[in-house]
Design a binder for this molecule. Structure first.
Ligand code: COA
Length: 535
């Protein structure tokens, strides 16, 4: 493969100014991350430690193999919601390596409202199980939770993907031969009791872990029986009398050691065959991304400049370079793994869509994972393009993406607007993982376009009634809509609601994608079957 030639002047003022601005955005992101990683309020953290318990992140550190990476997902879930009383939505999820096996880890943070579940906590837990299913990853549940956050019950209990989905997923995962291991390190009350009860193997910590369908207050109210939590469902009870748990641990560290020992008897999956080559660092420094990435989304960025700072040796075998240039397509390697890349370089036209569908077919026929680098305003609009059938050609692109059965990964490095989001493997198109950069934006269209549409609709309505929109009313409407789109379009707003799997530092993209592809090999890629392409 040939090496990409960068045209960026890394000493030029434009680059340096962009870099300075980007570093400011990044510093704000990192500060937010570090605040969230502290967990619940200091007094809750102190109380947790006084009880001799490890914090959720400390438990994960002990569980995974030394010097192996942990891909944490959706760290900023619930950010800006519930008056920020649910940092990380009270649950830590991510992929780590235990005895050489890539594993999904789901750990309650009991310092956050007793580890209880609000809507975003549930979304995060269910999403982690979905990733485990797609990639055939064993699951470890580090349980320390008061169950449903009761004031929010209507948002967490009854619907299809609510609290009950955890146990449904555990049953389905187990039936696919995907190991389910629970470590009970605190409370498992009511529905929460099913997490350990539905696991293949369960460990419980003495004088600390409890499992019961109804806690002591409920038992007293229901039957008048007075019983302590320990007598009702403590570690002694469950490892000697009920058999709900299989292993007794003396403390958190011991429990984690037992969990690691369980992994010694878990078989490693056969990997999807793939031509993996020795990894090579990009020729161009990834840190240069800070000077290149768009801050003002109106600024065009040649996506080859991004690719050059992510892929091995900055080498890229471009496909149809001269045709439909607003979408860059081509083959590369990331950490030695082959990948087919689609990267936006402008608006999507009919011919762009045809090129994309063709390229996706190439990748699926060669079992090569797909990487979508999104910076997209959408499909072209206008009479000329509608007449030429932009909807029909766009549909081919969307159809190819929807049916491509190789793993898809999506990184939003700029804007993600309109149907462009769909075609470029937005959330609805089931990329295995989807990440955003801190400055990226996502919404149905840009704020200005949305404001113009809504103002035009309003003006038409008023005109039909013989009235007109006053200039000050127009201005007020414009500003309100712009503000709303600004807030709701931000990566923070998206990640708080689990529309993505997390915001990442651009410099980490290569490492995260390499690991993501490595993980995807745990399940063999299914054959792709396309339906009817409208010609
Ligand atoms: N719903 C809403 N809030 C809850 C809660 C629940 N199920 N369980 C705990 N909380 C809140 C507490 O009100 C407290 O909030 P605050 O910090 O704003 O005062 C915080 O979580 C910590 O609870 P606390 O009891 O002080 O902590 P703890 O570590 O001593 O005990 C539990 C944690 C989870 C063991 C205990 O709170 C408990 O038993 N909760 C009830 C569990 C239950 O019955 N759940 C059924 C729902 S399915």
């Amino acid at each position: 493969m040939f090496r990409l030639e960068s045209k960026i002047d890394v000493k030029g003022s434009e680059f340096l100014k962009n870099r300075e601005d980007y570093l400011r955005i990044l510093a704000e992101f990192k500060e937010t991350l570090s605040k969230v990683r502290r967990g619940g309020p200091p007094q809750s953290v102190a109380r947790h430690k006084e009880r001799g318990k490890l914090l959720a992140r400390e438990r994960i550190d002990l569980l995974v193999d030394r010097n192996t990476p942990f891909i944490e997902l959706s760290t900023l879930a619930a950010f800006g919601l519930y008056e920020n009383e649910f940092p990380a939505a009270g649950i830590i999820t991510g992929i780590g390596v235990i005895h050489g096996k890539e594993t999904m880890i789901i750990a309650n943070d009991a310092t956050v409202k007793g580890g209880t579940y609000v809507k975003e906590t549930i979304k995060k837990h269910v999403r982690a199980q979905e990733i485990a299913m797609e990639n055939h990853l064993p699951c470890v549940y580090l349980v320390d939770s008061g169950g449903v956050f009761l004031p929010e019950q209507a948002n967490v209990f009854p619907d299809k993907y609510d609290f009950g989905r955890f146990f449904f997923n555990q049953a389905r995962l187990s039936s696919k031969g995907i190991p389910q291991i629970a470590v009970v390190m605190g409370s498992c009350t009511a529905g929460g009791a099913y997490v350990p009860a539905m696991s293949d193997e369960t460990i419980i910590v003495r004088n600390q872990g409890t499992i019961f369908i109804g806690g002591p207050p409920l038992v007293k109210a229901a039957t008048g029986e007075e019983v302590t939590a320990e007598e009702l469902g403590g570690a002694e009870v469950h490892t000697t009398i009920s058999g709900v748990a299989d292993h007794l641990a003396e403390d958190d560290t011991h429990a984690i050691r037992i969990c690691r020992n369980i992994f010694e008897s878990i078989r490693r999956n056969e990997y999807q065959p793939m031509d993996v080559i020795p990894s090579e660092e990009p020729y161009y420094d990834a840190e240069e991304l800070y000077g290149i990435l768009p801050i003002d989304l109106k600024k065009p960025v040649d996506s080859r400049e991004i690719i050059a700072r992510i892929v091995d040796g900055s080498k890229f075998h471009e496909f149809k370079e001269r045709y439909a240039p607003t979408l860059v397509t081509g083959f590369a390697h990331i950490m030695g793994f082959p990948v087919g890349i689609l990267a936006n370089n402008g608006v999507l036209f009919s011919e762009t869509s045809l090129k994309a569908a063709h390229f996706i077919q190439l990748c699926t026929s060669r079992s090569i994972p797909l990487l979508f680098l999104q910076n997209i305003t959408g499909f072209i609009v206008g009479k000329e393009y509608e007449h030429r059938g932009i909807a029909r050609d766009g549909a081919k692109f969307v159809h190819a993406v929807a049916n491509a059965n190789v793993p898809k990964f999506t990184v939003i490095f700029g804007g993600s607007f309109g149907a462009g989001n769909y075609a470029m493997a937005g959330r609805a198109y089931e990329p295995r993982l989807l990440f955003m950069y801190p400055n990226s934006k996502i919404s149905v269209m840009g704020g200005e376009q949305a404001a113009n549409v809504l103002i035009t609709v309003k003006e038409d309505q008023l005109r039909a009634q013989g009235k007109a929109l006053l200039p000050e009313e127009r201005e007020k409407m414009l500003q309100t809509i712009l503000k709303k789109y600004e807030v709701e379009g931000s990566a923070y707003y998206s990640t708080a609601r689990l529309w993505d799997d997390g915001i990442i530092d651009p410099v980490d993209t290569r490492k995260i994608l390499g690991l993501s592809i490595a993980i995807s090999r745990n399940r063999n890629y299914e054959k792709t079957q396309y339906g009817v392409f409208r010609m």
